[in-house]
Design a protein around this ligand. Sequence first.
Ligand code: PMP
Length: 405
Amino acid sequence: MAFDPSSLRHLFPILSLQAYDHPLTYLDNAATTQKPLPVLDVIQDYYRNTNANVHRGAHFLSDRATNRFEQARDTVARFINAPEQSHIIWTKGATEAINMVAFGLEHLLEEGDEILITSLEHHANLVPWQQLAFRTGARLRVLPLTSKGEWESEFSHYFTDRTRIFAATQISNAIGTSTPLQTMLDNAKLQGAFTLVDGAQAVAHYPIDIQALDCDFYVFSGHKMYGPTGIGVLYGKSHALDVLLPCQTGGEMVRHVSYQATEFNVLPYRLEAGTPNIEGAIGLAAACDFLNIQDRPALLAWEQSLAAHVYFRLHKEGGIDIYSPEKNTTLVSLSVPNIHILDLNAYLDSQGIGVRAGSHCAHPLMAQLGVAGTLRASFACYNTLEEANRFCDVLLDAIDILGDE
Ligand code: PMP
């Protein structure tokens, strides 16, 4: 039997809101997902029953907070099949995690070294590398992938013996394309490059086995996988985390400090300066627990079927440029000739439908597609077929109305 989103929709109270007298239809899940009750409850419970600073005091609440915080690390480690808790570094999100790697590896880069990314990257996985290249004299190179995630040409020469870092997204946030990750990682590893995978758009949909993926670094944000904002993860293999210089220093990350020198703490604390986002970590663990008890293949199949349904309906209609793949994706990214995406967005919003219109933090990719931006509807496990159809109906109305103007 097909998955029924109503079986878990009641866990997301926000979805029963009205927006301007219409049922709220939330289709901006690639930007951030809504949070289920177990996540909301655990955050409230943390402040009601646990709140204290971690790793500090020897008192009842501090011990309790530390235990829950470290248990959360363990839950997240198991969620991605990391071999040990110490491989999980808490960050604010994917962006901070990538910046930590870009700054942390700077001391290993020399003029003429190469940093390789793909043409499907979010700015979060582009600008930190570009700036690192500026600072070190390294060269930023871009592996050209088509919007379908295929190689534009013979690609192996992009991986050279100067490639020190290879960073790629698992799934494009702008157009929903999956990248040929394993082949790319194999090529990068052959050259001895550090490898980083941006899993921001993957973790909510695909079970992640970090050991099978075998990259040096993997980053993601809690808020895109039903967890809170302000918390994310930098996973790293031991040898990769060991060589990262901390880009923030202060409390927590030290073992001993004198005016002359500082002895840094062991991992993971060495890379976690300051009081961490304790309730965020606990909330993210609750989001992992929420996903762990779901039938994940069924959720993914459902989300993909909604995107494929929208693709099929709009494609059949004609006159709409669709940039996302026909299937195996959870979002639809499109534009309509001669109608501004912001006008389409405003009409959809007036009917209570929340989507995203813009460049999706991917200016170079938009340039490659020849558009300033796209309109993106992105699906999560709680979205219904009625919502997918409502999006199509209202979009087609908008095209009728705005096309005539
Ligand atoms: N990478 C990708 C593919 C993303 O979709 C996003 C968020 N849109 C990021 C990185 C950055 O995530 P955050 O803003 O949560 O740090």
